[in-house]
Design a protein around this ligand. Structure first.
Ligand SMILES: *Cc1c(COP(=O)(O)O)cnc(C)c1O
Length: 400
């Protein structure tokens, strides 16, 4: 007998749950890539991606994962010897920085630790001290998937403007696009990187770089950009994929088309709202557990918590205990404490993360919370009571 038989929920923070419509759209024979419909498909996907990231500027599509988008962004606007300011609030800005480093870019990193957002004062000081405007860009992550902190991107723009610094603002939106509210143009973001396998609900394999005119100007100043990553032609998808770019990612495009249809039918703002309410349902439950015992949210400040992923501290070895229990007895996979500790450190076993990005609804979230609640009881991990009651009340009151 196993209580985990039935549909499994992979509640890790990406790849996320793929809708049946997306999978069905991909389950078909290969197309003739030279047929005119292929160009139409790509142009439509490109236009609709821009609606999700809220830009009227440019979108370049790549056959790549998020790491590819990181490299693409750097390749187009930065050169060997350039200096950038990187703002780290977890693991992923460090990852992007080391990618830039490997390409000869000098990275100066301000690390804000694992439990807080970017301190705008410190950014302001760093930019003001850069009198010669050596920083070509400020690089940051919107939602860090390890810590589940959400950084205020608009505040970052305001800080850069207040100092009058010309640096580009480059944001990693891989975890948050299609989950947390994000406004590329309104917030004045120059370059955004994203992937298809998180809020965009499509199997991993496509990545995107969005860029405005200012960033395009940086590209134009560069003498050399490696051919695959050069975004100039990619911003013209019909031409590019049919004649210059090689074989397009045919089935990913079908899947992504279906995913964008789902997002646009719901409405981008409604998608954000759904994530907000479901995330708050999770915080409500974890706050109850936190009333007694070791379990607590990694991010204290409610305003700085992501709506796409929640990082929970449970104390070692309870993090791994909970993950193993819900996998074995409830059919749920939770995320590991990536970036919170090293795998050879006993602390590594002190965390779990709940991915709640993309194709998620109330019953999935209540199911995950109920499963964790049962795990805490089964493993005798002390915890405050009433978490499920509070979560369901929250849902009831915010879903009218
Ligand atoms: C997932 C993720 C990445 C890395 O994406 P890959 O597709 O795994 O290369 C980078 N940044 C953030 C914020 C992410 O969530």
């Amino acid at each position: 007998m196993s209580l985990s038989n039935g549909r499994h929920y992979v509640a890790i923070p990406g790849p996320s749950v793929f809708p049946d419509q997306v999978l069905r759209a991909m389950h078909r024979p290969g197309p003739n890539i030279y047929a005119p419909e292929q160009g139409v498909l790509m142009a439509g996907v490109q236009a609709d991606l821009k609606k999700v990231v809220r830009t009227s500027h440019h979108a370049a599509m790549y056959i790549a994962n998020g790491h590819g988008a990181w490299e693409a962004a750097v390749a187009n606007v930065l050169a060997e010897g350039d200096r950038v300011l990187v703002l780290a609030t977890g693991r992923f800005a460090h990852g992007w920085a080391s990618m830039a480093n490997a390409m000869g870019v000098e990275t100066e990193i301000i690390d804000f630790g694992l439990r807080s957002t970017i301190d705008q004062e410190r950014v302001q000081q760093a930019l003001a001290a850069d009198k010669q405007h050596r920083y070509r860009a400020v690089m940051a992550v919107h939602v860090d998937t390890a810590t589940s902190v959400r950084n205020d991107t608009k505040a970052l723009r305001d800080t850069i403007d207040a100092v009058g610094h010309p640096a580009l603002l480059m944001i990693d939106c891989i975890a948050s696009l299609g989950c947390d509210k994000f406004e590329m143009d309104l917030w004045g973001v120059d370059v955004v990187v994203a992937g298809c396998q998180k809020g965009l609900m499509t199997p991993p394999g496509m990545a995107f770089v969005f860029f405005n005119q200012k960033a395009a100007g940086y590209r134009d100043q560069k003498k050399v950009v490696s051919g695959y990553w050069d975004w100039r032609k990619r911003a013209e998808p019909e031409e590019f994929y049919q004649y210059f770019g090689g074989t397009p990612p045919t089935h990913h495009l079908y899947g992504l088309r279906a995913a964008l249809d789902i997002i646009l039918a719901e409405g981008v703002e409604s998608v954000w709202k759904r994530h907000e309410i479901l995330a708050n349902t999770i915080y409500t439950a974890v706050e109850c557990w936190a009333n007694d015992g070791p379990v607590e949210l990694n991010i204290d400040d409610k305003e700085c918590r992501s709506h796409a992923v929640t990082s929970v501290r449970a104390g070692a070895p309870h993090g791994t205990g909970v993950r193993d229990w819900v996998f074995e007895h409830a059919g749920v996979s939770l995320g590991i404490g990536l970036g919170m500790a090293q795998p050879d450190d006993p602390e590594w076993h002190g965390f779990f993360r709940i991915g709640h990005m993309g194709h998620i609804n109330s019953q999935m979230i209540m199911g995950v919370l109920g499963s964790i609640d049962a795990a805490l009881k089964a493993l005798d991990i002390s915890h405050g009571s009433g978490a499920l009651e509070a979560a369901s009340s929250y849902l009831a009151n915010h879903n009218k």
